[in-house]
Design a protein around this ligand. Structure first.
Ligand SMILES: Cc1cc2nc3c(=O)[nH]c(=O)nc-3n(C[C@H](O)[C@H](O)[C@H](O)COP(=O)(O)OP(=O)(O)OC[C@H]3O[C@@H](n4cnc5c(N)ncnc54)[C@H](O)[C@@H]3O)c2cc1C
Ligand SMILES: *[C@@H]1O[C@H](CO)[C@@H](O)[C@H](O)[C@H]1NC(C)=O
Length: 432
């Protein structure tokens, strides 16, 4: 099977790995960027996605790249913690539900780890600075593309793993198939120098006018600020929308600076570092929903098909699981069978779980971004109560939210299961 994957993010390499190792597929992965994008902040891998990472033999590598975050804290403007949710409580047998999972990694580190796990595979070829310029044919027996380097090539399957604003999706699907759900929330992410006041907690600070600052540790001696804002009035909304669409980095930074000028807490120090930040990333938070995920031999996976927003904390787990399920269906094809059926099966098997994850109650972003100090006070009280409840060992034990617990029940794909047991026997220090 010849497979073309557009996008070397998270979903792309996971899919390439399983198709090559499972059925010896010849896989080409195109990446628009010159080199692997090292950007992105702390993400966690929970539930069944962690099972896939283990089956790929990458548990030790993941552990090595731990962000070192010890838990999540809500703090006041003076930095005083109001409520703390540690990742692990010493002496308590069960884990306390916490926004910090046991498996925290930077997005860039995860992307690199998956790339390293596939780059030496002779079935897999990465091409950087190359994109699909045009999908020329999508027929009964092949899909033909013209690449940006002029090559015209036929494949059996074309996979759009090129993220939230997928170009393949745009070319191959009707506009009516796509729904973009705008969450009216904007985030700026970057990396800042660490100073003596910093620590290894994920600190979340709420301030008035629906503004939030989050600070998370990384394993490189720097710190990862995230500023988020929900504009309130129509005028404000228009201003943020415009700056977001402009892709003008300087304008985005200057709006953020203007907006957070009186935010308090560590805002001033962090914003000073914005001028020299190399990895500034601005995001309009919106969900991607598609009526159908494939058309003929072209299929979408990960954010391209179902970006759930950072509000769910599930973008990466969905990308990993989606790629696995797609691989599972493709490796189950009979010789010579048209893959379009497998692409539909992937959608049937995975769509209900995606729908559940994407079903973020519409009030959630607003609750996380109170407008007034009164609202912030209420939120802090709620977190304080929750933290008191969960840190009572007696009660915590009744909420056994183990990270390893499966949230999505994987179908049994014989070839992938064989591959997993083969990998397991060759990786030495697996955690039991
Ligand atoms: C730079 C970056 C930073 C991010 N930071 C965060 C974060 O801090 N927190 C968070 O929760 N989520 C973040 N995300 C989103 C997160 O990575 C996804 O939710 C999730 O991992 C889904 O992965 P994916 O493989 O579907 O898409 P992505 O990880 O978005 O990967 C898509 C890849 O496709 C490439 N690409 C785009 N267009 C084309 C094209 N036309 N041709 C070829 N390749 C193309 C991109 O360069 C990228 O490498 C970030 C994404 C990116 C790209
Ligand atoms: C990652 O580091 C945190 C903080 O030190 C720790 O609680 C957690 O157990 C670590 N995770 C793994 C998988 O070792």
């Amino acid at each position: 099977m010849r497979v073309l994957i557009s996008g070397a993010g998270i979903a792309g390499p996971v899919l390439a790995y399983h198709l090559s190792k499972g059925i010896n597929a010849q896989v080409t992965v195109l990446e628009r960027a010159e080199k692997l994008l090292a950007q992105g902040q702390n993400i966690d891998i929970r539930g069944t996605a962690m099972k896939v990472i283990r089956e790929m033999g990458l548990y030790d590598e993941l552990k090595k790249r731990n962000t070192t975050e010890i838990g999540c804290q809500f703090v006041t403007g003076k930095g005083k913690p109001i409520a703390s949710f540690p990742v692990w409580i010493e002496g308590v047998e069960t884990k306390c539900p916490s926004p910090t999972s046991e498996y925290e990694i930077l997005r860039g580190d995860l992307a690199d780890m998956l790339y390293q796990a596939t780059i030496h595979d002779s079935n897999i070829q990465y091409k950087f600075s190359v994109t699909v310029e045009k999908v020329l044919e999508n027929t009964e027996d092949h899909v033909k593309v013209r690449l940006s380097n002029g090559e015209e090539i036929e494949y059996d399957v074309l996979v759009a793993a090129d993220g939230q604003w997928s170009k393949i999706r745009k070319q191959c699907f009707d506009e009516e198939d796509l729904q973009v759900v705008d969450k009216n929330m904007y985030i700026g992410y970057w990396t800042a120098p660490r100073d003596s006041s910093d620590n290894d907690w994920w600190r979340i600070y709420h301030t008035t006018k629906s503004r939030l600052i989050s600070l998370r540790p990384d394993p490189y001696g720097t710190i990862r600020p995230m500023f988020s804002k929900m504009p309130a009035t129509e005028e404000e909304k228009e201003k943020w929308r415009k700056v977001s669409r402009s892709h003008d980095r300087a304008a985005q930074i200057s709006l953020l600076k203007e907006e957070f000028a009186d935010a308090g807490y560590e805002a001033d120090r962090l914003m000073k570092s914005l001028d020299t930040a190399e990895d500034f990333y601005f995001q309009a938070v919106s969900q991607i929903r598609m009526k159908k995920w494939s058309v003929g031999r072209v299929v979408c996976v990960g954010d391209a098909a179902y970006a759930p927003t950072p509000l769910t904390g599930m973008g990466t787990p969905l990308a990993i699981l989606g790629a696995y399920v797609l691989a599972g269906e493709l490796t189950s094809l009979k010789k010579g069978e048209n893959p379009s059926g497998a692409l539909k099966e992937y959608e049937n098997a995975f769509k209900p779980f995606v729908a559940k994850i994407q079903d973020v109650p519409s009030f959630i972003p607003g609750v996380m971004h109170p407008k007034s100090s009164f609202g912030i006070g209420i939120l802090h009280t709620v977190f304080w109560v929750l933290c008191k409840i969960f840190t009572q060992p007696f009660i915590a034990r009744k909420f056994p939210e183990g990270e390893d617990e499966e949230d999505y029940k994987l179908k049994e794909y014989p070839i992938l299961q064989q591959l997993a047991s083969k990998t397991k026997s060759t990786t030495t220090s697996e955690k039991a």
